[in-house]
Structure formats: structure tokens, C-alpha cells
Design a binder for this molecule. Structure first.
Ligand code: NCD
Length: 331
């Protein structure tokens, strides 16, 4: 099993005006899923369910009234940025959104990430950061006094996506242990795969990895998973594992991370899931995707009840509401 660091090593508990607040995750930077234990996940998911209940009942409420979240996105985003904005606003807080044009901020004048983060934290209570370089969130967290939430650091990790993916699996099946999960597509550059595989290593879940040869798991992640006791299988043929899979997690080939467009063109259409593909799958399996999709799942599949990707999207808001409430000490 993958160890999680102590709360203290991740916590930035600065209590303003003598305010007493506490709770699991309070003051944490959220940088990698390796921080979480199963007990943490249970706690986050319990709060996420409460959030769903509250949204269904009242829509918006005041748990984080007065709190300000900066959303600093150096890479494109639709779901992650808008779900964080929706999450804080549903909790009565507000945002500094730098999500559609870092080019209009001082970043375009050459300001360092550390200085940008040190500036933003003067105005807000936490910073959500997406950046093209692996390790950028950790670097920002070193510089910042306020919590940093990693919304994707290049081909590194995407911890909040993995939380919502795992939450979705648990909601759909009522359990995680004992399921078989297959991840398909770009396993080399796909940060959502890296984070979800690490989280699933905390459970008794065999993992299948299906990809073209050149898009296999990063070797260090493979070693980490094996050391954590994961039973894993790697293949380029989906049909070797499809019929046994409870979850098929499909990913986009990450065009922006390729060194050459020729190489991208060689693998971009390696797999396309169609209604025909799913004929060979279990009737109660689920098909997941972090989205955006660019052809790897045909739209004809959308009406199949096994297609869970838009349910994932909705779960993302509840999980991010939970995470914000916990990191800001209000849950
Ligand atoms: C993913 C990402 O940004 O890593 N999208 C997301 O956050 N839902 C997946 C991708 O871009 O392919």
C-alpha cells in the first residue's frame, strides 16, 4: 500500500484572528494522491455526499462565505476550472479566476510562478493551480503560505480528478475492493491515469493497462505500483481484458505532450470505443473518461447506461466542494 505523509507535513494551519478551526485536511496542500489514506478518502466522500444533498435541497449555502479561491490555470480547462468555481460559489465563496488568459497576467511579462503565487495568496485563502510542468504544484506550495491545490501538473498528477473518479466508482458499485479496473489510451502522459492508479493501489483492485507500446505506463509508476502490491497486467489488446473488466477508464492521447506530430498521428486513433466494442463488456460495467474526448469514445455510446462520464462530471463538483470545505477548515 502506498504510504501517506503526515498531516503536519502538508498542513498550513495559519489561524487568522485567533479563529479556532480544525478537521481532517485542514490547511493541506493537495499535491498528489499519495497524501491520502483510505480513512481520508472515506472522510472526503462522506462530505461530498452531504454536499450533493445540500445542493439538491438548497442549491447554494454559506459554509465558505467570505472565502476567496484563486484559480490559476496556465493550461486550458473546461471542467476542472468551472467545477472549482461552481464549488466555491455554491458554498457562498468567490473566485479570482485566471483561467482564460494567463497571457493577460504578469506571467506574460516573465513573472515567476513563485512570485505569482505569493501575490495571489495576499488576496485569497487557497490557490488552485494547473501548470504544464511536472512538479510545479509542489514548487508553488513551497513558495506559498496558503494551501495549493494541484489541478494538473503537466504529465504528473491530477489528484482532484482521481478523487472524483474514485468517488464515481464507489457510487456506481457501492464498493471498490474486488473490482477489476482497465485503463486505456495514453498511460504515459495521462496524469489522470497516474493519479487514479496510485489511489486504486490502496484497494484490492487488479489493474489492466492497455495502450500502444509507446504510450505505456511511466517505468517509475510501474515500479511504485508493483511495490505497493498491485496485480497489474499490460497489453496493447483491449479484448484480452475487456470481458472481465468492471471499469473501463478511457483517456485521450495527450497531443500537447508529444515531441513530434508524426508520432502523435501514429497513435492518435489506436482505440475507439463504439457500441460494438461494448457488446463484449459486462452488462453492469461502467465506461469512464475524464473528458475532453476527441474521438476515442464514439458519441453513439452516450445513450448506453454504462457510459458514466457525465456522471463523473457532476460528481466532480461535489468532491471539490468537499475538498475546499475541508482544506479551509469548515467541514
Ligand atoms: C484531463 C486533464 O486535464 O488532465 N481533463 C480533466 O481535467 N478532466 C484529461 C485530458 O486533458 O485529457
Amino acid at each position: 500500500m502506498i504510504a501517506s505523509p503526515t498531516v503536519a507535513s502538508r498542513s498550513k494551519n495559519h489561524l487568522p484572528f485567533g479563529e479556532v478551526r480544525h478537521g481532517r485536511l485542514y490547511g493541506w496542500d493537495i499535491l498528489s494522491v499519495s497524501q491520502f489514506s483510505r480513512a481520508d478518502l472515506d472522510a472526503i466522500f462522506d462530505v461530498a455526499k452531504e454536499m450533493r444533498h445540500m445542493v439538491e435541497r438548497v442549491g447554494t449555502f454559506d459554509l465558505l462565505k467570505g472565502k476567496l479561491l484563486a484559480c490559476l490555470f496556465y493550461e486550458p480547462s473546461t471542467r476542472t476550472s468551472s467545477s472549482f468555481i461552481a464549488a466555491i460559489e455554491r458554498l457562498g465563496g468567490s473566485t479570482i479566476p485566471i483561467t482564460q488568459g494567463v497571457q493577460f497576467s504578469s506571467v506574460s511579462k516573465g513573472e515567476s510562478l513563485a512570485d505569482t503565487v505569493r501575490t495571489l495568496e495576499c488576496y485569497c485563502d487557497a490557490i488552485v493551480l494547473r501548470h504544464p510542468e511536472i512538479g510545479s504544484a509542489a514548487l508553488a506550495a513551497e513558495a506559498a503560505r496558503k494551501p495549493i491545490i494541484n489541478a494538473g501538473d503537466g504529465a504528473g498528477e491530477h489528484p482532484t480528478q482521481a478523487l472524483l473518479d474514485l468517488f464515481t466508482i464507489e457510487e456506481e458499485f457501492g464498493r471498490v475492493d474486488g473490482l477489476m479496473v482497465t485503463m486505456l489510451g495514453d498511460l504515459k502522459y495521462g496524469r489522470t491515469v497516474h493519479s487514479l492508479a496510485r489511489l486504486l493501489a490502496l484497494f484490492d483492485v487488479p489493474l489492466n493497462f492497455v495502450s500502444p507500446d509507446i504510450l505505456g505506463l511511466p517505468p517509475m509508476l510501474r515500479v511504485e505500483l508493483v511495490k505497493a502490491g498491485v496485480r497489474l497486467r499490460e497489453t496493447s489488446d483491449l479484448h484480452e481484458v475487456l470481458a472481465e473488466s468492471d471499469v473501463l477508464y478511457v483517456t485521450r492521447v495527450q497531443k500537447e505532450r508529444f515531441e513530434s506530430i508524426e508520432l502523435y498521428n501514429q497513435v492518435k486513433d489506436a482505440y475507439v470505443i463504439t457500441p460494438k466494442t461494448l457488446e463484449a463488456a459486462k452488462p453492469d460495467m461502467i465506461l469512464m473518461h475524464p473528458l475532453p474526448r476527441v474521438g476515442e469514445i464514439s458519441t453513439e455510446v452516450d445513450s448506453d447506461p454504462r457510459a458514466a462520464y457525465f456522471r463523473q462530471v457532476e460528481n466532480g463538483m461535489y468532491v471539490r466542494m468537499a475538498l475546499l470545505a475541508m482544506v479551509l477548515g469548515k467541514a
